[in-house]
Design a protein around this ligand. Structure first.
Ligand code: PLP
Ligand code: TYF
Length: 398
């Protein structure tokens, strides 16, 4: 029965990691997968997470199943983190959520949920977008179309072209936005641009679907949610897929939130029964551990303050690497202007070099990034910065 199955290529981002691990060059640099790393190249467990786990170990009394929605304590705390306490949608009792296995789980569940509301609905995604959006949304039945977003020639947002395309989008279509720290390009919408898009959503009636995988990695927990919150105030219905992988460093625990905003409380109750039915048809109930950690951190003032301080440290390290790499590339005499990297946000930017140059960096210098030239900034450090910039300068001159 399975003999005829053809083999498929691995996830290009995760596949790169295997090649990196097998490389024995002591100078090798991993700028592939979007996982935060400290100066020593480690991805440590956050102290606030360790403390929450220690407390859980002592206080946990059962491993019995949680329900399909996960725990209400987690869902409520996350809704407030994402929307802000007192958001009109929360006050109006129009928000329902489910704890999911990662942001990926949330994307998939919300995509299937949308497909139930409108079979084969169209979802507009940015060009470019995170490669995994295609299977996560498309395999659930949604039709994917794209709107212009990042102009590689100028290394900046093409907002006018984006608006021009989205003008044709109306009721019954979904539009996917990255809340902050755009993956893969790092170019985010300004507050004024969010305002324009919120007005378009309101006027044209399309449904915003916001992917928030990096809250706290851009400017701050609050500032990074600005556009999402504004959008949620402007439209009657909206979807949010939030991830706790990056900002809590809980990658392998798989914890996220699928959140739906409805036009009123009665619609919310009906919709939630559908959302939970989608969950039941996939994995029945989410894993508990990661969600319990997040709930414990968000609901304890001391742990929360420690976590916010650690999150700030991660963000500031990335931002100082952004300035550092621009300066070092200039010092190394790299051809071109890389100052855009400093203006962008979050884990990623495109270096803007060709796939051939990306391959040369990998083959000759053991520097790993995805073919698009997306670099995961946190893979840089004081110790590898000079080698990285010198190598890029040489490859650009070759
Ligand atoms: N959305 C985007 C844009 C991402 O970059 C990621 C990756 O980490 C996710 C969603 C979901 O991640 P996870 O399933 O690990 O929470
Ligand atoms: O884009 C990234 O690198 C992160 C991590 O299948 C990731 O979002 C990469 C691939 C994947 C899941 C997560």
């Amino acid at each position: 029965m399975f003999d005829h199955l053809k083999s498929l290529p691995a996830d290009p981002i995760l596949g790169l990691l295997a090649t990196y691990r097998a490389d024995d060059n002591p100078n090798k640099i991993d700028l592939g997968v979007g996982v935060y790393k400290d100066e020593a190249g480690h991805t440590p467990v956050l102290q606030a997470v360790k403390e929450a786990e220690t407390r859980l170990l002592r206080s946990e009394e059962t491993k019995a199943y949680v329900g399909p929605a996960g725990t209400p304590g987690f869902n409520n705390a996350m809704q407030e983190l994402v929307l802000g306490a007192g958001h009109p949608a929360l006050v109006g009792n129009r928000v329902r959520s489910a704890q999911t296995p990662g942001g990926c789980g949330a994307l998939r569940v919300l995509a299937e949920f949308s497909d139930r509301a409108k079979t084969g609905a169209t979802i507009w995604v940015s060009d470019p977008t995170w490669a995994n959006h295609v299977p996560l949304l498309g395999n659930a039945g949604l039709e994917i179309k794209s709107y212009p977003y990042y102009d590689r020639a100028t290394s900046s947002l093409q907002f006018d072209a984006m608006v021009e395309t989205l003008k044709q989008v109306g009721e019954g279509d979904l539009v996917l936005f990255h809340a902050c720290c755009h993956n893969p390009c790092g170019a985010d919408l300004t507050r004024e641009q969010w305002q324009v898009l919120a007005e378009m959503a309101q006027k044209q009636g399309f449904t915003p679907f916001i992917d928030m995988a990096y809250q706290g990695f851009g400017d701050s927990l609050e500032a990074d949610a600005y556009g999402l919150r504004l959008m949620a105030e402007s439209v009657p219905e909206m979807l949010v897929a939030a991830s706790c992988s990056k900002n809590f460093g809980l990658y392998r625990e798989r914890v996220g939130l699928a959140m739906v905003i409805y036009s009123d409380a009665a619609a919310a109750d009906r919709g939630q029964s559908q959302l939970l039915n989608v969950v039941r048809g996939n994995y029945s109930m989410p894993p508990n551990h990661g969600g319990a950690i997040v709930e414990s951190i968000l609901t304890d003032a001391g742990l929360r303050a420690n976590w916010e301080a650690e999150l700030t440290e991660m963000r500031e390290r990335i931002n100082s690497l952004r300035s550092g790499v621009v300066e070092s590339l200039r010092d190394a005499g790299a051809a071109g202007d890389f100052s855009f990297i400093e203006k962008q946000k979050g884990m990623f930017s495109f270096l803007g070099i060709t796939p051939e140059q990306v391959h040369k960096l990998q083959q000759d210098y053991s520097i790993y990034m995805v073919d698009s030239s997306r670099i995961s900034i946190a893979g840089l450090s004081q110790s590898n910065m000079a080698y990285f910039c010198k190598s890029v300068a040489e490859v650009l001159d070759a």
